[in-house]
Design a protein around this ligand. Structure first.
Ligand SMILES: Nc1ncnc2c1ncn2[C@@H]1O[C@H](COP(=O)(O)OP(=O)(O)OP(=O)(O)O)[C@@H](O)[C@H]1O
Ligand SMILES: [Mg+2]
Length: 298
């Protein structure tokens, strides 16, 4: 083939957009009224991603920001429960489906709202999940927000990959770890995974870091050695703080009460507020007061 014959193909590759890129552009356009978009992820399951996503949203809303939460854990949508929300069915307007309004005005979209009851399992395969991610963004009326917090499914396998690949550009990812050496390896893989799918790793927070016993006044590190600082150092990302274990987290869940609001003075709530400050800091500092509430500029 002559050189002439090759040229058009080269131009198409540079200027043309793949269907995925086109879709991402459409999603980005849909979310353009949102100032900061953060993904909460971890290579490990059950480390508190949903707890952190929900309580980070609450801590930011407490500061006066307009906050949204997008729950993309289709098989275990638990963020609404962490926010104390029991919603069945959503309102559809001409602009799209309205997210449900949670405590402190937090705007929440979760598959949980569309399931008939708490026990119905979600049996979806990859293509359906990919479609759901797109619909949760394009078919939902997302108002102007200061922050959108995205709660991801666990792992670095098919599930997380399908979801991560559909996401429009994010400001970055916060990784949740728990103490233990194995977490360094597993969460570390998740940092590398985020980089591969084009999500900037922002920092790491260590959940369930320690337990303070009010009876014997001793602090126990139940799960082992700290992993958060090790991961932060290894991957050159920020250590965003540690959140202790608190048995009242379970109590709050049972009562359907948002933890940060139910136990505002607990050490875990204080740690969550510090973590929210660190997240703002790593993103360039607090949004200007006139920027809060979606109307103004950063
Ligand atoms: N700091 C904490 N103190 C006490 N309990 C906690 C704490 N953080 C999370 N939990 C509890 O641990 C359990 C797992 O938390 P969560 O569901 O947020 O994890 P996850 O990483 O989102 O899990 P999954 O991988 O299944 O999505 C929940 O029952 C939650 O209430
Ligand atoms: Mg979860």
């Amino acid at each position: 083939m002559s050189q002439e014959g090759k040229r058009p193909n080269i131009r198409v590759r540079i200027r043309g957009m793949s269907p995925i890129e086109q879709m991402k552009m459409a999603l980005e356009e849909k979310l353009k009224g949102i100032k900061r978009k953060i993904v909460i992820m971890s290579g490990k399951g059950g480390v508190g991603k949903s707890f952190i996503a929900a309580n980070l949203a609450l801590a930011l809303a407490e500061k006066g920001y307009m906050v949204g939460v997008l729950d993309l854990d289709f098989h275990g949508p638990s963020t609404p429960r962490m926010l104390g929300m029991k919603v069945r069915g959503l309102v559809a307007l001409s602009d799209g489906i309205m997210p449900a309004t949670g405590p402190l005005g937090i705007q929440v979209m979760s598959l949980d709202f569309l399931l008939p009851d708490d026990t119905t399992p979600v049996i979806w395969r990859g293509p359906l999940k990919a479609k759901a991610v797109t619909q949760f963004i394009t078919d939902v009326y997302w108002p102007e927000l200061d922050y959108l917090i995205v709660d991801m499914p666990p792992g670095t396998g098919d599930e997380a990959l399908t979801v991560a690949q559909q996401l429009p550009p994010m400001d970055g990812a916060v990784f949740v770890t728990i103490p233990s050496e194995i977490s360094v390896e597993v969460v570390g893989r998740s940092v590398a995974f985020a980089e591969k799918v084009g999500i900037k790793p922002l920092g790491v927070v260590e959940n369930m870091s320690s337990f303070y016993c009010p009876c014997c006044h001793t602090t126990y590190r139940i799960f082992g050695k700290s992993s958060g600082k090790v991961i932060a150092e290894k991957f050159g990302i920020r250590f965003l703080g540690e959140i202790p274990l608190d048995p009242r987290v379970g109590e709050a869940l049972e009562k359907m009460a948002p933890f940060l609001l139910a136990y505002p003075d607990s050490p875990a709530s204080e740690a969550i507020r510090k973590f929210a400050d660190a997240v703002e800091d790593v993103l360039g500092g607090p949004l200007a007061p006139e920027g809060k509430g979606g109307g103004g500029q950063e």
